[in-house]
Design a protein around this ligand. Sequence first.
Ligand code: GLC
Ligand code: CA
Length: 510
Amino acid sequence: MPEWLKDAVFYEIYPQSFYDSNNDGIGDLQGIIDKLDYIKDLGCNALWINPCFDSPFLDGGYDVRDYKKVAPRYGTNETLVNLFEEAHKRGIKVLLDLVPGHTSDQHPWFLESKKAEHNMYSDRYVWTTHAFEGIGGHPYISGMSERAGAYMLNFFASQPALNYGWLNRTEHWQSAVDSEEAIATREAIKDVMRFWMDLGCDGYRVDMADSLVKNDDENKSATAKIWRNVREMMDRDYPECALVSEWSNPCQAINGGGFHMDFYLDHHYNGYNTLLRDYETEGGDHSFFLKEGHGDIMRFLDDYLPKYEATKNNGYIAMFTCNHDTPRLARTLDERELKLAYAFILTMPGVPFVYYGDEIGMKYLDVKTKEGGYQRTGSRTPMQWDETKNKGFSQADEIYLPVDKEGPSVKTQMEDPDSLYSAVKEIIALKHRYADLLADVSFKVIYAEKGKYPFVYQRGNMILAVNPSENETETVNPLFSDTQIIFHIGEAEIGNDKLKMHPQSFVALK
Ligand code: GLC
Ligand code: CA
């Protein structure tokens, strides 16, 4: 387990929308380099950069055409290596995005695989043996190649599934998980991983990490086995590099697959969603962080705690403010509500991720789909740096996606000590200042009751409490005696064993 993860606060960057250094209208790697001081100043000490590799961009770059080449629109391989170096100089680690489940249908492996003549890539992807034979229960495409057969899709139509074999085989064309071709795919992906780690990257966020083996069992044990094999390579050759999964099942990903951490995604009705979004609950939004105070912390804890308990000795749950696939929290939470939500996210155990622009409360915009974004596009708009042209994102007349002209900017938020940005910066500083808030330090629920406020929890020797509701709360607990408020958002009072919290407040006690 890389030691640095304990104190890591990640910043996720969607490169096309972060900063355009050469004014061609699209963000680029030099733009990230130019903004490293900003990221460091915010307190983040690690980056996750969404795919920046050569791609036809039918899925924002998750359709990789060449794993070993930076997309020309973002720069060159040298720019990326330079980014690693500049980041490292500032104590910032860099994770790239690994897409192991599929490639673009323009990837040279797939172009070979499509050919009628058998070749070394014929079995790199999942194919049936007849053009008229489909793949039951899975999306597939037929009739688009010389090769007789249908190929399986892993996501969009442009993303054929790489072949890692099938655990429960029912058809003769399904490779076994230990077949030569399945092992070859795994080794090819490990080769890609080594390529960038040898050049200085600090590990990977792994896209759809659970999607490798088809007809896997309910524990995804065959897919997990592949990741344990990858982890062995990491432990042996890259012990300082980190692996984080898009799996959202920490027991499978961490305990089974050997991932250092797993994202807690906003799946419908799960703990994260009911805590922060909860759009689909009957009767409207009951997020715990809305000031209306109709949320229920237990809906989060019932889902989260068993996962936390089962994995806390093996790895970390990664909580995020949002990501490139999900609506920004500012869609339904206002600035004050966001401050409290972020205070919570940043002080929970595990490793937090801040999505670019969430620190200033960038809005979820109603914009036309771009590069396969569909409704996700609204969370992918250009970073709002200042009040100049295109909010300082680019000097070009035409830019990648419309910028939120009316929205907040880094510049105005930095000037205001009460802004969301200032709060985020203070909370991150608090996290770095106290060892109690390291990723692996204990977490205990002190007060949580169905439908009630506040939520009080303990990390190491620190007590944290959050009352997002409009009502004042009073909580009694002997643990509060002899503590002092070391950090607060809103007001709170402490007297002997009583904690009185004013509406919409957060405190840290020690
Ligand atoms: C992951 C990515 C998403 C992408 C999909 C297919 O969910 O986060 O953006 O479209 O995988 O690669
Ligand atoms: Ca550019």
